[in-house]
Structures are given as C-alpha cells and as structure tokens.
Design a protein around this ligand. Structure first.
Ligand SMILES: [Zn+2]
Ligand SMILES: [Zn+2]
Length: 122
C-alpha cells in the first residue's frame, strides 16, 4: 500500500487506523524517516486510497535504520563491571552486536538481552 514494496524493508501494521499517535508509531516502531512518516500520516488521516496513492517512490530509503543511535549502554554506570561504560559511541542498528562484543566485551546472551530490551522499549 502507498507504494510500499519489499525493497523498502518496512512492514506496516494492518490495523493502522486503530493505532494512536500514528506519527510517533511510524517513527519509533517502523523507523520511518521524519519526511515519510509525515507523508504517510497525512495520507492516512486524509483517507487517501492506499492503492492509488503512492507516497513511497521505489528504491528510495524511507527508514533511518542505518542511522546511528547512542549505544544502549550510554546510561550504564562504570560500576556495572562492563567495559567502557558509560559509552559515548553512536552505532547503527546493524553494527550494534559487533560493537557490544568488541568494545564492551559482552557475551552473546548478554548482547541478545540488550537488543531485546532495546526493541521492547521502542
Ligand atoms: Zn505499525
Ligand atoms: Zn557502546
């Protein structure tokens, strides 16, 4: 819908109209960039036809998943026993497991836990 294709790597919920705070939802949950979150929000609130209306051009990056975010350990105190905390680095979502492993010397179960909690918070 709205021109969304698998290449965008974004999967929208099916019951959008029932979701409150749509804009924040697109931003925080689907990681749409501000521009496209806004476009989609307008299209839905104006009841534009999802099939006819194309707001996502094909082969354009519409999310900011590759953008850097503060390391999840930025609030972790140095007393936690984890290396290099609190962390001042910013990392991409993709690079985060590697960062946690190489910089903070965490083990895989800990890394998984951190990533899980991070997703849950969003
Ligand atoms: Zn959604
Ligand atoms: Zn870090």
């Amino acid at each position: 819908m709205y021109g969304l294709s698998p290449s965008h790597n974004v999967r929208l919920c099916t019951s959008l109209n029932r979701t409150r705070n749509l804009f924040d939802h697109f931003r925080n949950y689907h990681h749409l960039s501000i521009y496209y979150a806004n476009e989609l929000f307008n299209a839905i609130t104006n009841n534009l036809d999802p099939i006819q209306t194309k707001i996502f051009p094909s082969n354009v990056k519409i999310n900011d998943l590759d953008d850097k975010q503060p390391c999840p350990l930025h609030n972790t105190s140095s007393e936690s026993g984890i290396r290099c905390t609190p962390c001042t680095n910013t990392v991409t979502e993709k690079f985060l497991p590697i960062h946690l492993k190489t910089v903070h010397r965490l083990r895989l179960p800990q890394i998984k836990e951190i990533i899980k909690t991070k997703k849950y918070e969003e």
